[in-house]
Design a protein around this ligand. Structure first.
Ligand code: GLC
Length: 610
C-alpha cells in the first residue's frame, strides 16, 4: 500500500494518534518532506507536555508550505480560473501560471489577485487606517500571520486584546485580499489549522476535536540563557472571560478559506490534504449527533462575537447564519471522493433542513406578529401551528410599535416557549449574504434597516442588537454585567466593524447607497475618535465606556467596506445566491410514506412566496 493510499484512507475520518504514529513510522521516508511534516506533526502537537506550538526554531523548514495530495501526485492543478498552476515553489504564493490556450508561462511571480481592482484616491481616513492596519500585523518567525485585536497606546491592561482573534482577523484579511495581498491570509489559515488539533482542557475536560481557538498569541520563550524561540499559544476559551468555547471560530475559518480562494484564484490551498482534513474536522464537530430536535446548532451563551452572557444560549441566529455559510462553503470546497461522500450528503441535508427551519420559524414581520398574537397554546400534535408553544404574552410591547409595515427580520433565538425578539445585526446580515433567508426576506431585512435607521445606525453604524436589556432583564439575563449595561457594549452598543457585513448585504441586494450612507457617517467620526471598538447610548453618540481605541477590526471593517463598494465584482464573489436545488431536498421521507404529513412540504409553498 502506498503512502498516498494510506493518506486517502485516513482522510475519511480524522486520523487517530495511533494511526498517525503508525503512518509516521511506516511512511515518513517515502512522503515528500512537506507532507510528512504536516501530517505527522499533529501527534507531537497533541502531546500534553507541549502546551505551545513548536516554533520555527525547532522545525526543519519554515511553516507553512506543504503541498497538496493533488499537487504532488500530478504536479498539475487545473484552477477554476482559466489557467493551470504547475508545481509549487517553497514560497506559498509563488507559482508558475500557464495560459490555458497559448501554453505560455504568464508569470512566475505572486498570484495576481484580480486585474480588475479599482485604484482610487484614498481619503485621509483611509490612509491612516492602512497605517494602523499595517502596524497591527503580527509576525511569527518573520512571516505575517494575523493582526492584533487592538493597539491602544493608552491601554494599561490589554487583557487579550494583544492577541490575534480569529473572528477579528476576517475583516483584516478581506482588506488585505482586496488590496492584492494574500500572504498574510494564507499564513493565518495554515497556522490556525495547526492549532486546531491542540490538546485543550478546562479542569481536565477536553472539548471536541476540530475546535478552532478564539485567539492566539506569539510568545517568545527562553530555551536557555542565550537562545529564545517564538511559539504560538492558542486560547480555546480556557482563558477567556466566561470560559466559553468559540463556536464561531471554525465557521469563520471556513468562510475565510473560501474567500481566499475566490479573491486570489489560488484554489490549491483549499485542495491540500491537511486543509481538507481541517474542514472535515470542523464539519464533523458541527454535524455530530446529539439530543437535538432541530437542525440549528445548540450552543452555550457567548459562543460568538457576543462572547459574554447576554441570553444568547440555545440557537442564536448569529451562529446559525455562520453555520449555514460554512456549510455552503464546505460543500463548494470539499473534494468529493469515497472518503467525503457521506459528509457531503450530511452537509446537503443539513443545509436544506436549516434553511427551511430558519425561514419558517425565525421570520417575523407585522403579519407574523399578528399570527403569534392570536396563537393557540398547548397544542399536542405533529401538525400544530404553534410548534414551540409560544405564549402570545411574550411579544414585547416595544415590538408592536416598532415593527414597520414594510420589512421584517429574523428572530435572535428560538427555544421551547421562548422567542427572543431582539434584532441581532450580524445574524441578519449574514443570513442575507449567505441566502439563508429567502430573496423576499432579504429585501425586507434591508427595508427594516432603512425604516429604523435612527435605531440601528443612528450616529454610528451599527447596533450589535436592538433594543437593550434594561432593569430586571439586564440584572437577570446578563448577571448584572457592568460592561453590558443598557445601550453599551454587547447590550445594544454600536460596533463600526459591522459595516463591512452591512456593505456586503446591501451590495448583494443591489442597494449600495444604503451602505454608502452609513459609511459616510462613520468616516466623519472614526479617525477623529481614534477608531474605537464600540459606541454607547441609544443613538451611538458617545465612544463606549470601556471601549479600546485603535481597535483593528474597526479599522479593517471600514477599509473593507470602502474596497467592497469600489469593487463590486470582487464583492460578488463573497456572497451566495439562492440555491434552488437545496430547496428541493427533503430527507424526512414522510411525504412518500403517506402515513404522516410532511410539515415541510405543506409549508414550502408558503415559505417560498414570502
Ligand atoms: C471582545 C468582543 C469579541 C472580540 C474581542 C477582541 O471580547 O466581544 O467579539 O473578538 O473583544 O476584539
Amino acid at each position: 500500500m502506498s503512502a498516498i493510499h494510506v493518506l486517502r484512507k485516513l482522510s475519511r475520518k480524522p486520523p487517530s494518534r495511533l494511526h498517525r504514529n503508525l503512518l509516521a513510522s511506516t511512511f515518513s521516508m517515502d512522503l515528500p518532506p512537506d507532507l510528512a511534516r504536516t501530517t505527522l506533526i499533529r501527534p507531537f502537537l497533541n502531546h500534553p507536555t507541549h502546551r505551545l506550538i513548536p516554533s520555527c526554531f525547532r522545525q526543519s523548514r519554515p511553516l507553512p508550505n506543504p503541498v497538496s495530495l493533488r499537487e504532488f501526485s500530478t504536479s498539475v492543478v487545473e484552477t477554476k480560473n482559466f489557467e493551470r498552476v504547475v508545481g509549487l515553489s517553497p514560497n506559498p504564493l509563488v507559482i508558475e501560471r500557464i495560459h490555458k490556450d497559448t501554453g505560455e508561462s504568464v508569470s512566475g511571480g505572486e498570484i495576481q489577485i484580480e486585474e480588475s481592482l479599482v485604484v482610487r484616491e484614498e481619503s485621509e481616513a483611509e490612509k491612516e487606517a492602512w497605517r494602523i492596519l499595517e502596524d497591527a500585523v503580527v509576525r511569527y518567525c518573520g512571516s505575517p500571520v494575523g493582526t492584533v485585536a487592538a493597539n491602544d497606546p493608552g491601554d494599561k491592561l490589554p487583557l487579550n486584546y494583544d492577541q490575534v482573534f480569529i473572528r477579528d482577523f476576517v475583516p483584516s484579511a478581506l482588506a488585505f485580499l482586496l488590496k492584492g495581498e494574500g500572504e498574510i491570509v494564507r499564513n493565518f489559515l495554515l497556522h490556525t489549522l495547526q492549532l486546531q488539533s491542540w490538546e485543550k482542557t478546562v479542569d481536565c475536560y477536553s472539548p471536541g476535536q476540530g475546535l478552532m481557538p478564539a485567539s492566539f498569541k506569539v510568545r517568545t520563550v527562553a530555551l536557555d540563557e542565550n537562545t529564545t524561540e517564538e511559539v504560538l499559544d492558542p486560547d480555546f476559551g480556557e482563558s477567556a472571560i466566561g470560559r466559553v468555547a468559540p463556536v464561531d471560530s471554525g465557521l469563520w475559518w471556513i468562510i475565510l478559506l473560501r474567500a481566499y480562494g475566490k479573491l486570489t484564484g489560488d484554489f490549491s490551498l483549499q485542495e491540500r490534504i491537511d486543509v481538507q482534513t481541517g474542514i472535515k474536522l470542523i464539519m464533523n464537530l458541527c454535524l455530530a449527533d446529539g439530543f437535538d430536535m432541530f437542525p440549528t446548532l445548540l450552543v452555550t451563551d457567548g459562543s460568538c462575537m457576543i462572547d459574554r452572557r447576554m441570553g444568547i444560549h440555545g440557537h442564536p441566529l448569529e451562529i446559525q447564519s455562520l453555520f449555514y455559510s460554512a456549510l455552503r462553503c464546505s460543500r463548494e470546497m470539499l473534494s468529493v471522493n469515497d472518503s467525503s461522500n457521506n459528509l457531503v450528503r450530511a452537509i446537503n441535508n443539513r443545509l436544506s433542513a436549516l434553511s427551511f427551519h430558519i425561514r419558517e420559524y425565525y421570520w417575523v414581520d407585522i403579519k407574523k406578529i399578528n399570527e403569534i398574537y392570536r396563537y393557540k397554546t398547548e397544542e399536542y400534535s405533529t401538525d400544530a401551528t404553534n410548534k414551540f408553544n409560544i405564549y402570545p404574552e411574550q411579544i414585547p410591547p416595544w415590538l408592536m410599535d416598532w415593527i414597520p409595515e414594510q420589512g421584517g427580520y429574523l428572530l435572535g433565538n428560538l427555544q421551547p416557549a421562548h422567542m427572543d425578539f431582539r434584532f441581532f445585526t450580524l445574524g441578519n446580515f449574514w443570513s442575507v449574504v449567505s441566502s439563508l433567508s429567502t430573496p423576499k426576506q432579504n429585501e425586507a431585512i434591508l427595508n427594516l434597516i432603512e425604516a429604523k435607521w435612527d435605531d440601528i445606525i443612528g450616529h454610528m453604524p451599527l447596533k450589535i442588537c436592538y433594543p437593550a436589556l434594561e432593569y430586571d432583564d439586564w440584572r437577570i439575563i446578563t448577571g448584572s454585567d457592568p460592561k453590558n449595561t443598557p445601550w453599551s457594549y454587547h447590550n445594544s452598543g454600536s460596533w463600526p466593524t459591522l459595516l463591512w457585513q452591512f456593505t456586503l448585504a446591501c451590495m448583494k441586494m443591489g442597494r449600495p447607497e444604503l451602505a454608502e450612507k452609513a459609511l459616510a457617517l462613520a468616516e466623519k467620526r472614526l479617525m477623529a475618535d481614534r477608531w474605537p471598538e464600540y459606541y454607547d447610548t441609544r443613538s451611538g453618540k458617545f465612544i463606549g465606556k470601556q471601549s479600546r481605541l485603535y481597535q483593528t477590526w474597526t479599522v479593517a471593517g471600514f477599509l473593507t467596506s470602502k474596497l467592497l463598494l469600489a469593487n463590486p465584482e470582487m464583492a460578488s464573489k463573497l456572497f451566495w445566491e439562492e440555491d434552488y436545488e437545496l430547496l428541493d431536498i427533503c430527507v424526512c421521507g414522510l411525504s412518500k410514506s403517506g402515513r404522516k404529513k410532511c410539515s415541510r412540504v405543506a409549508a414550502k409553498t408558503q415559505i417560498l412566496v414570502r
